[in-house]
Write a protein that binds this ligand. Structure first.
Ligand code: SF4
Ligand code: SF4
Ligand code: SF4
Length: 251
């Protein structure tokens, strides 16, 4: 079987999604029987030559250079994987979109005139994405499943339910309904194994919104349990404020 030529790219984000791939270290010897690392600046100095079978793209698009690069990646790759929430929705960097561009630049840089940046957006806004891997970062086993699926020529198995289902599978009590705590779990993609509620912490939403969430109804519930409007805005803004579902509640 021919090895898959894979590329790993970093746009605007914290590199945590790539670190999650590196955490597959025990699997790497077997993984390298399946894939050829054609491009990955974090682990090799090899330049990007030739086309790719699978491109993993971490991070959001927030500069003209990234915009040019994502289009080139699309042209030169059979499968493009949006790796993690920044690539899917803009995630934490997209909080910047809620203030004027110049104001954000002035807060961070001494010489903002040298900065070339655009609004922070997920990859979908600019290109067709084949596989969406939610999570900040996605769980390494999900990344492995995508690679296995590509090697075997099948779609990866990805969970389509909410964090609440994982929570129930663990037999957790509900922090929202039993204790009146502001959990975002009902709106959020599964995949983490409901880590936070299992440790008695509310879900903050780092796996991003499921499709067709009822965000306004959840905002009303958060209000009824005592959150202020500012806190509700922060909840929706934190990981996915720029998505169509969350944006109305985040503004
Ligand atoms: S999705 Fe989270 S872990 Fe991945 S690059 Fe963005 S901020 Fe970092
Ligand atoms: S604790 Fe949160 S994630 Fe768990 S069932 Fe309740 S609302 Fe859902
Ligand atoms: S429970 Fe929620 S905040 Fe915690 S890791 Fe899972 S998706 Fe992220």
């Amino acid at each position: 079987m021919a090895k898959l030529r894979c590329g790993f790219f970093k746009f605007t984000g914290c590199a945590g999604c790539q670190m999650e791939i590196l955490r597959l270290e025990e699997e790497f010897p077997r993984l390298l029987e399946l894939i050829d690392i054609a491009y990955w600046p974090m682990v090799t100095t090899r330049g990007w030559e030739g086309d790719l079978d699978v491109a993993f793209v971490e991070g959001s698009v927030s500069t003209p250079r990234e915009l040019r690069e994502i289009k080139e990646i699309r042209e030169r790759s059979k499968v493009v994987v949006a790796l993690g929430e920044c690539a899917l929705t803009g995630c934490i960097p997209s909080i910047r979109n809620f203030m004027l561009q110049r104001e954000a630049e002035k807060r961070v840089y001494d010489h903002p005139l040298w900065i070339e940046s655009i609004a922070v957006r997920g990859l979908d806004v600019y290109i067709e994405v084949d596989i969406h891997l939610p999570g900040c970062p996605p769980h390494r086993n999900t990344i492995l499943e995508v690679i296995k699926g590509a090697a075997l020529g099948r779609d990866p198995y990805l969970r389509r339910h909410s964090v609440c289902i994982e929570c129930k599978l663990k037999d957790n009590g509900c922090l929202l309904t039993d204790e009146g705590r502001p959990c975002m779990g009902p709106l959020i993609n599964a995949g983490c194994g409901a880590i936070c509620p299992s440790l008695n912490r509310v879900c903050e939403g780092c796996y991003g919104p499921m499709s067709a969430t009822n965000a306004s109804s959840h905002a009303q519930i958060l209000k009824e349990i005592g959150l202020s409007e500012a806190d509700i805005r922060r909840k929706f803004r934190k990981y996915a404020g720029w998505t169509p579902d969350f944006r109305r509640e985040a503004e």
